[in-house]
Design a protein around this ligand. Sequence first.
Ligand code: XMP
Length: 518
Amino acid sequence: MTQHDRLLIVDFGSQVTQLIARRLRELNVYCEIHPFQNVTDAFLADFKPKAVILSGGPSSVFDEGAPMPPKTVFDLGIPVLGICYGQQVMMHILGGKVERGHSTAEYGRAFVVPNDKKSSLLEGWFEEEREQVWMSHGDHVSEIAPGFDVYGTSPNAPFAITADMNRNFFAVQFHPEVHHTPNGKKLYENFVRLAGFTGDWTMGAYREDAIAKIREQVGDKNVICGLSGGVDSSVAAVLIHEAIGDQLTCVFVDHGLLRLNEADEVVSMFRDHYNIPLIHADESDLFLGELEGVSDPEQKRKTIGRLFIDVFQKYANEIEGAEFLAQGTLYPDVIESVSFSGGPSVTIKSHHNVGGLPEKMGLKLVEPLRELFKDEVRALGRELGLPASFIGRHPFPGPGLAIRCPGEITKNKLEILRLADAVYIDQIRKHGLYDEIWQAFVAILPVRTVGVMGDGRTYDYACALRAVTSVDGMTADYYPFTHEFLGETATRIINEVQGINRVTYDITSKPPGTIEWE
Ligand code: XMP
């Protein structure tokens, strides 16, 4: 198995630490984020980083118990980059001076001019006279540590970019990882080049390593995988199958709340195309039966979550010698971020997942995507030959159409909803908009309205179209379709779907709305 060059990001609680990791992964550098509390001498000896980045954070080095890395970080003979609070920590430890903020605090856009354009640290950067950067700091460095020189300044930050080129220590006052520092990636590029990274983190290499790891972990035992048809579980299944072949069995729980033709598509792709042993657990009668008369959204989620676990367990028990459960856990789910605010947050929706299953069933976990971000999972899917149309699919919630059918769920409503949704998505694809939208779907409303079609009166359901843009589903904006598009889509739905006579477009962003209607 290849041992990749590893970069360690020490997290001091910045809101944007994950973006540092994103920028580095884009440069084919393998990195991990760890909260500063965990970074001890023993940890460093075990992790063996080739370079370290100290993140930003909300603290002040003057705070009592201010978060600090172990001093040994600077004795390992490896390059270190300090960002914002990380810069202050570096100067504080290495013999410079930090002063409290007030008049010199800076938040937002600033412009940095270079002192030495030819420096290898600034290579390919500063092609213009000055570069826009994003500042967000209260305290500031008032004296740099011995050995450091200044490479860039801004009106309020005389030490915007500093470095000790002999020891390969670099420090910046701004945030090069954010969107508002448009050329910030150059800094990371130069940093990893100076640190000697070869860019060996590619999806091809990852695939080979992951396969070797799965084989080593699983041996000759069997693995079961709950397939939802979503990108993560699908990529995990294909990868594991490539590693251990028929020692993997997938269980696809069909709760009767899927979109038009969805179950057939999933089954034919995995069973017929990939030849992965697949159990198609058609339990729609069970789920729809238990959901009868349930109209409360949380009750729907809880019912579906409970049945899902029962059904999965029932089928999994039939698979002989299964000792492992595969899950499509991603890196953002496992990053232990530093929380300074603390305190419980309000549960808006209890998202349904299969947590708790492994303990209940005494299974060990196989999680081959644990080190990946979502877009890396997509890249791995492409590497594994999954069709592009499948990899780019919009997210679909575990409880499926149940939460797009406010009020009571009936088979009739679900059928109408499926057809309307299919027409809507077809329209979006035909207009080439699918990939611009994070998620688009129809919700069937629990009201019927009066209409007139031909010469007759109709009394049918109203539906709402939803389409949002988002980066992570946490916040979202409604998609600005043209009136022509909306008009054409409404006409098609009403003409082609019996049971709907009124179409509305939902223009609520999140917050204050949520993406799903329930
Ligand atoms: P909301 O509606 O909370 O949705 O703004 C954010 C994202 O999460 C998905 N979602 C769910 N996914 N189980 C899931 O697996 C759920 O119960 C659930 N509720 C919402 C939603 O589709 C969107 O992508």
